[in-house]
Design a protein around this ligand. Structure first.
Ligand SMILES: [Zn+2]
Length: 296
């Protein structure tokens, strides 16, 4: 029987708390008093929390263990389709070693998406595509994080890498419109060939971008709790999911990070079920959309 589906879950934000404590003790590191995100903390403050979790994930053994535990946790949550994503360049080792460690941990139980990060040199994203091409367990390419002043590269600069990913049959998703203007969503679709958009919370601000999403059959990976934490929606009840569904936009519900967003998928779905205009039929549609949009 098909279960739940989570297409947007970051490895470095989804460690078990018990594993954080073990790894930190082994490394002689103190765990920050406030590790999970807090409401309205802002995207850049939220992103900075990953620095600590990544500091725990600097060996192949640690990466493989967390990847494996994520699959076990997903099964406990009733998830039958899981796609795990991570940025191999953050783990203090050769990119291939990091990717192979995570693939070993996943053991075929989840698809793997490799993340370039906003501002990364395009050559690095190219290298991720090369790694993906040689590894069937890698199902997609993502661009994560967010734009910042001081970045030398813009979204458009990754066009060649994303085009090559498409040629190789890899799925393409981009964190876009995460509280930022919807033009970013258009760029991700038109220039990078994204089939899925992470967050996309500002989509309704521009009807022409909305039309583009509908025409191309783009799936929006919604992560309402994460959006509440980063302060781009006032609370989960203010998420535009009901309007998206009413317009026929393909959208799904995802956790983003089980540790840092402090949420499981059943909890995330229960929160969405509490939004006005979301009933059992809408929840079933969101799950069906997720299964239909899987890269794996
Ligand atoms: Zn994300």
């Amino acid at each position: 029987m098909r279960g739940l589906v989570d297409l947007h879950r970051h490895l470095d934000g989804s460690l078990r708390r018990s594993t954080v404590d073990t790894f930190a003790a082994d490394l002689g590191l103190d765990v920050p008093v406030q590790l999970p995100f807090t409401p309205h903390m802002g995207l850049h403050a939220a992103l900075s929390r990953f620095a600590f979790t990544c500091s725990l994930l600097q060996t192949t053994g640690a990466l493989a263990q967390v990847a494996s535990e994520m699959c076990e946790d997903a099964q406990t949550e009733g998830i039958s389709t899981l796609e795990v994503r991570f940025a191999p360049q953050l783990h203090g080792m050769a990119l291939a070693g990091a990717v192979d460690a995570v693939l070993e941990g996943l053991g075929g139980r989840a698809g793997l998406i490799l993340c370039g990060l906003y501002g990364d040199p395009p050559a690095l994203v190219d290298a991720l595509v090369d790694l993906a091409a040689a590894r069937p367990g890698v199902v997609g390419l993502d661009l994560a994080g967010g734009p910042a002043s001081g970045h030398d590269f813009r979204l458009e600069d990754y066009a060649d890498a994303f085009r090559r990913a498409a040629t190789l049959g890899l799925g393409r998703t981009v964190h876009a419109g995460e509280g930022r203007p919807p033009a970013e969503i258009r760029t991700a679709i038109d220039i990078l060939g994204a089939q899925r958009i992470g967050h996309g919370t500002t989509l309704l601000d521009d009807p022409t971008v909305c039309d583009l999403v509908l025409q191309r059959g783009i799936t929006i990976e919604a992560c309402p709790t994460s959006n509440w934490h980063t302060g781009i929606i006032t609370d989960v009840a203010a998420h535009p999911l009901p309007q998206w569904l009413a317009l026929g936009i393909k959208c799904t519900v995802n956790t983003d990070n089980t540790l840092l967003s402090a949420v499981t998928l059943p909890e995330e779905i229960a929160r969405v079920r509490g939004i006005d205009g979301v009933g059992d039929a809408e929840i079933a549609q969101l799950t069906a959309n997720g299964h239909a949009a899987r890269f794996s």
